[in-house]
Design a protein around this ligand. Sequence first.
Ligand code: CU
Ligand code: ZN
Length: 197
Amino acid sequence: MLRLRTLAPVAALALLSACGHGMYGQGRGPGMGPGAGPGPGAGPMYPGAQAVAMLQPTQGNATAGTVRFEQHRHAVMVFARVTGLKPNQEHGFHVHEKGDCSSPDGMSAGGHFNPTGKPHGHFSGTERHAGDMPNLRADANGVAETRFMMTGMEVGTGGATDIVGKGLIVHVNPDDYTSQPTGNAGGRLACAVIQKS
Ligand code: CU
Ligand code: ZN
């Protein structure tokens, strides 16, 4: 019984992972080459292209984590594990326009990644910044572990909405998905540069 309890979470994770990879991988032909219409990006889309961001705490904070971005045919799958958050609280989470974490407060990453010139908005809509993602929700231990799909961004295409080389920020407060231009998410707890992997 003890053995089963130990194995169960691992099996669940493996299943989740298999679902993610299979979501757009089945029942479709290979006709997604250059010119097949992958979307607004300039470059060809490569399903399976991946990027990673290693979040480092800004000055005076302890938030850190790893976020992976995986290109699927019609969306980008985001896998995040972030620690050192405020327990049981939501934290704004965005791709920012500059891959620059050099300033101690993370402000060097600039504003939200917004290649299409839209207002800030809810991640599920189209009238929003490309970098507007769901809030991270911390558990009682200050850990957020999540996965979600994002449209409006690409990994490694070199197009306008490619997130490689951009910044990634975790905020002190939740994003209200409404206030302009930041969602009123407050200061910056952690910063990373999104890198091709
Ligand atoms: Cu942000
Ligand atoms: Zn935004």
